[in-house]
Design a protein around this ligand. Structure first.
Ligand SMILES: [Zn+2]
Length: 246
């Protein structure tokens, strides 16, 4: 057991990290995941076994207990192929936090209150320690939108933004609702893409199908009431607001 600013952390060991250490100035973002497995035990087994080639820095279980699998100064293998703003390969520049949740495949459940309050505590500590910007708290689906959907639409981004963990828009849901499903022009599609790039999303060249996937990732994070991959006025209004904070 170790203590980090009065937070109790249980040490485990995962061999799944790069042998070369990084400087603390390389840590610029936090990536949130869910484990997406049947049980906590299975998740820990996978994240600590050398054959899986995956890991994370921290894991928070359903009762809010924190485990550390890889030290911050080591690059854990949690994000895989990923992009965000100027960052390519987020493993290099981020800390990965896994939340125990069965995920969409095995029965996606709401995150537990205790799990989230522990996450807030941990994020606050890391934010201060590494001077991480508020806007750089992201979901795995934000940085790998073509492959990943975790931590999913049940993750409470709006609540976290009140704690200055991640950004959120300034609108009330009653105002936004009027614009849901309202069609946009071709010009507005172009504008939306530009706004998303300003926020940090990456559009691979020549892949027309990726637009819907990236729009879905955006919705999963910022407009969870309707995740259909179709751009509407509501998404455009939200993106415009967020781009100003990015
Ligand atoms: Zn993930």
């Amino acid at each position: 057991m170790i203590y980090m600013f009065f937070m109790e952390i249980t040490k485990l060991y995962s061999p799944n990290f790069n042998s070369k250490k990084r400087g603390s100035n390389n840590i610029a973002s936090i990536i949130i995941h869910y484990t997406g497995m049947q049980s906590e035990r299975e998740s820990i087994e996978r994240l600590t076994s050398s054959s899986s080639k995956v890991s994370c820095h921290y894991l928070i279980n359903r009762s809010g207990k924190v485990f550390r699998l890889v030290e911050d100064k080591n690059m854990a293998w949690h994000a895989g192929k990923s992009m965000w703003g100027k960052y390519k390969n987020l493993n290099k520049n981020s800390i990965g936090i896994e939340l125990v949740n069965k995920g969409h495949q095995y029965g996606y459940a709401s995150f537990k209150k205790k799990q989230i309050s522990t996450l807030v505590k941990l994020c606050k500590i890391l934010k201060k320690k590494y001077k991480i910007k508020t806007k750089n708290f992201l979901g795995h689906s934000d940085v790998s939108p073509l492959r990943k959907i975790d931590p999913g639409e049940k993750f409470p981004w709006e609540f976290l933004s009140i704690k200055k963990i991640g950004i959120w828009h300034d609108f009330k849901s009653n105002f936004l609702k009027k614009y849901r499903k309202l069609k946009v022009s071709k010009q507005e599609v172009k504008k939306f893409k530009k706004l998303l790039i300003r926020i940090g999303y990456f559009f691979p060249k020549g892949k027309t199908k990726s637009f819907a996937r990236i729009t879905k990732a955006f919705q999963r994070h910022f407009r969870k009431e309707l995740i259909n991959g179709t751009l509407d006025k509501e998404c455009l209004i939200i993106a415009d607001n967020l781009a100003k904070k990015s």
